[in-house]
Design a protein around this ligand. Sequence first.
Ligand code: NAP
Length: 323
Amino acid sequence: MKACIIEQIHQNPVFKDIPMPVANEHQEIIRIKASSLNHRDMYITQGLYPGIRLGAVMGSDGCGVNSLGQEVIINPSLDWGDNQHFQSKQFRVLGVPDDGTFADYIAIDKKNVHPKPEHLTFAEAAALPLAGLTAYRSLFKRAGLKEGDKVLISGVGGGVAAMAMQLALAAGCQVAVTSGTDTKLQRASDLGADFGYSYKDEAWTKKLINDMGGIDVVIDSAGGPGFRHFIRIANPGGRIVFYGGTLGNIDGINPQQVFWKQISILGSTMGSDEDFSEMLDFVNIHKIKPVISDVLQFDDILSGFETMQKSGQIGKIVFDHTY
Ligand SMILES: NC(=O)c1ccc[n+]([C@@H]2O[C@H](COP(=O)([O-])OP(=O)(O)OC[C@H]3O[C@@H](n4cnc5c(N)ncnc54)[C@H](OP(=O)(O)O)[C@@H]3O)[C@@H](O)[C@H]2O)c1
């Protein structure tokens, strides 16, 4: 079968013809119909991710058909464990070191296989798992999101961020977003965002305070020097959740503002099996369709990496495996 492999770091992944996977007693074989790209895949090719196994099949997100002909979607959280508060030591994200979804077929634990939401095409379903799970846990489990909360999603062009915006809007929240480009802000507005600001505009926090008063929940993946702004714009009791650190260490936080306003700063990663099931229920109830930036042929996977490198996308870059 055809598979996209990480052969060397600092090199593009390569397509190889490899043997069909063999399922153990806990697993089943899925014919992949669509997969999608995450920032994680890029970090792996750059050697910036722990536990890289050279020769492994890449890809965390996928959906397809099982041996009974059922349409299914794959939970990329492996061995989360029983504790809902944090993952076990055995926890891994699917796709390096374990063989992932950038292939014709995958052998995957039966407990990670769920029915594909019926309102989603294969391409839409492939955009959902990792971004949906990370966004769901950040918003609902970590930030305790409630209807009517004022929410800020930073860098809305990101796959998880775009998903978080959609989930927060569906939950009945007022949602503001930031982005580096006006086209992405316009797209977010078209999708229902109430306010949008360029994080390159030094006055963006002032504009947000004028428009919204303050923010109850922030969802961020950038970290870095801009993180301190979230403390200033947070309402008393505000929750600031981050699941990434693309721009590096956080500094310049004023402790007085954090304790006086009773602000919670919360880290989040992926989610449990329970979170994944709840996320699917929420997506099914609200008929949410993930934001897709591009659908490329599986053969064209490298141009997906190039687009992500340039931050050219809003939402997810999907690969169609039905050639
Ligand atoms: N902990 C977890 O479970 C988990 C899960 C998924 C992702 N992550 C991490 O989260 C990060 C994003 O992942 P992704 O897959 O969503 O990547 P992605 O689709 O490539 O998105 C990255 C986004 O970062 C945003 N960004 C760049 N500069 C920014 C700034 N100065 N302020 C705010 N946002 C900025 C950009 O937003 P604009 O394009 O709008 O400017 C860009 O779209 C990565 O570091 C990834 O490793 C962690």
